[in-house]
Design a protein around this ligand. Sequence first.
Ligand SMILES: Nc1ncnc2c1ncn2[C@@H]1O[C@H](COP(=O)(O)OP(=O)(O)OP(=O)(O)O)[C@@H](O)[C@H]1O
Ligand SMILES: [Mg+2]
Length: 843
Amino acid sequence: MKKNKSKAGFPFWSMTPEEVMLRLDTSSSGLSLSDVAMRKPKPVSPMRSALIREIFLFASQFKNPLTLLLLFALVFALFLEEYTESAIIFSMLFMSGMLGFYQERKATRAAEKLKALLVSKSRVKRENEIMAVPMQEVVVGDILLLEAGNIIPADALILELKDFFVNEAVLTGESFPSEKRAGKIPADSPLINRQNSVFKGTHVISGTATAVAVFTGADTFMGEIEAGLRVNMEETAFEKGINRFGYMLMRMALLIAGIIVFINIWTGKDALTSILFALALSLGLTPEMLPAVLTITLSSGAKRMAKKNVIVKKLSAIQNLGAMDVLCSDKTGTLSEGEVKVHSYVSISGQENTLIRKFAFLNAWYETGYPNPMDVALREQAVTDISGYQKVDEIPFDFIRKRLSIVVTKEGEGNIMITKGALKNIIEVSDKALMDDGRLVEIAQFHDKINQDFKKFSAEGFRTIGICYKDVTGDPLITKDDEVGMVFLGYVLLHDPLKADIREVIGGLKDKNVQLKIITGDNTLIAKNIAVQIGISPKKIISGKELHSLSDEAIVAKVDKMDIFAETEPSQKERIVRALQKRGHIVGYVGDGINDATALRAADVGVSVNNAVDVAKEAADLILLEKELDVLKDGIMEGRKTYQNTLKYIFITLSANFGNMFSMAGASIWLPFLPLLPSQILLTNFLTDIPALSIAADRVDEELLEKPRRWDIGFLRKFMMVFGFQSSVFDFLTFAVLVFVFRASPEIFRTGWFIESVITELLILFVIRTRRLFFKSKMGKFLFWSAILVIITVLVIPYMPFSTSLGFTAIPLEVLVTMLSIAIVYAWAGEMTKKILFKKLSY
Ligand SMILES: Nc1ncnc2c1ncn2[C@@H]1O[C@H](COP(=O)(O)OP(=O)(O)OP(=O)(O)O)[C@@H](O)[C@H]1O
Ligand SMILES: [Mg+2]
């Protein structure tokens, strides 16, 4: 509240820079370092905050409906003074919580080290020196130096600016860049009109500015919004599936539990024990270790990715990576080396030309937009003498104009405006052309020639940019509107060779059933040329211009058939991604520019590189420390493994437990006693959870990783029905044998059934984890040994002295052998069913 008041009392946009700086006790040369130290938000002592973080992390392991059910059961058991039950439930809770906590902590620690590399820095002026500090360390009164690609670190008042455009979509929803200018704005004007100010979280599209930071952190507009909304994390398709599935199970469990309670009470059993019995059963049905399995699979996946120099910013991105079936990529640096080299400077008549060389150099030398490989290449060129030149003005590059203008001056030469950019966009603003002999001619007569040249260069694999100029001595300060009536000079041919292994990389992705689509701002001809080189059909290409004329629906209809999108504007990149998603694809996007940020955000998996602009890095889910598509293939495999192992866990919980519940309900009707004591049910659950957890690290058969797979709840339901039914059949067989053949006492009955159900669950785990014959698929070490250990434990427990306190008894050998035989036949039946089921549902 107080903060709001202070903001209302400080409408800095309606004040002059001097007033604001006076009030903030700062100056244009920046704060002193001692001032900065005083203004830094006081850190909570690092020790304590680390401890608090750990506690939070631990607590966060319990914040899902499944563990809540466990907690509820625990309280209930304690209330009934059933201490064995309580102890077992508590162990289960603790085990799942600890494991999740431990794994996640290990993973976050590894990730944090890498994330430190990712810290976005802001340039500030302090004690009259320019320095780069982590974005969060900007303090009130800091003088900010902003340039294209930066994320703005604070709410600030602009002091000076040059062609400064900011994208404020995060705050205003307006995706068109808003132009900033200096000067006072009425205090009551809405945020969108405060052109003299910038706001935290928005980003610079082009140009440069200095500004004084007025509000930081939670005091900013962004901070207010975040506090209000608690930034709603979007769920991935996978998470949605899991959650829906979890709720479905809960509903079913509750329903069946209700029926069981009813039957038991109706048949005259003790009401409270019946409730506890039903509660224990519904715990059995719920995949209570699912959260832990998920965290473990994901975080160990993230760790393995880190070893391959991939930083996973958002864990769930790994799942999406596995499910991804279309990968969109920009061109420069992904397909190509990204190290652009200048090949030549060519005039219309085809001659190497030194004036073009000089002008291109001047333009690149003085431009101040965000770093791009073309200007780097041009600046590297040794050049004829440019001493004596001075920069007068600039209009930075943007992805709509695709041009960049610089005004330079030199004694005796007046002021010259030099513009370079995409060839089309240069021709657009030129009406004359300069010949080698110095003549100026109408450009119109050369349009065909230029087109042909361009085709020729592109076919040879060159990226061509155009250069033009005009004399602006009369009015050397320019705006975008001055880009007209210029004199065309010629071409700069640039070379950006494709990566040597790009064909194999793309082939590799294709083998994994991920389709690559190229979305580039570059020219159609070049894109075609590249398509041919990497083995994509050059026919499946569409240009940004054509996209413009299409409605969203029309794009959706078309998007599948196209492999290359050329000459696109930034907003079209996002449109394409969304259209692909509407077609039902899970879409990845790789990009590193300002123009990629919205597409990165829209994609299911956004991938960027470490030297990308801040906005792109911020928007991405994964960061590659080296821009190699090949590592993505490893990531895709990780994602698919995660998915498969999660699915295994679900399969096993479903088939074994669902059948169990059914059988229990049945058994309750005709047995005069409870088929298992609540504590025994919990113990069964606990024991089978141990191997189930190690599924997280299980090996996965190669054939299961071949294509992206989706969460398919319909399939799960069928799977559950079939295997549940089968397991019930065997349960009833077991009951019948125990009651009619062995005339078992309640203790023997329960012990026999305990052994049978734990062992069948483990055997069926071996069966279900693969589609091959179970012994033909190699198992994860952990899984194998933990299963063996549990089997031994189960066989030993009844013969231990403490077994009576658990309600077990030493069963006769023939009962034991019969139970084991039933389990083996059951596993064999599972093999058969599995084969038929997978084939029939072709999943
Ligand atoms: N600094 C610059 N100076 C002049 N022209 C430029 C500059 N940057 C880009 N262009 C022009 O704009 C076009 C589009 O830019 P760019 O190729 O970077 O887009 P993109 O979508 O990021 O492409 P890519 O897929 O290669 O990453 C370029 O082909 C070039 O003609
Ligand atoms: Mg790019």
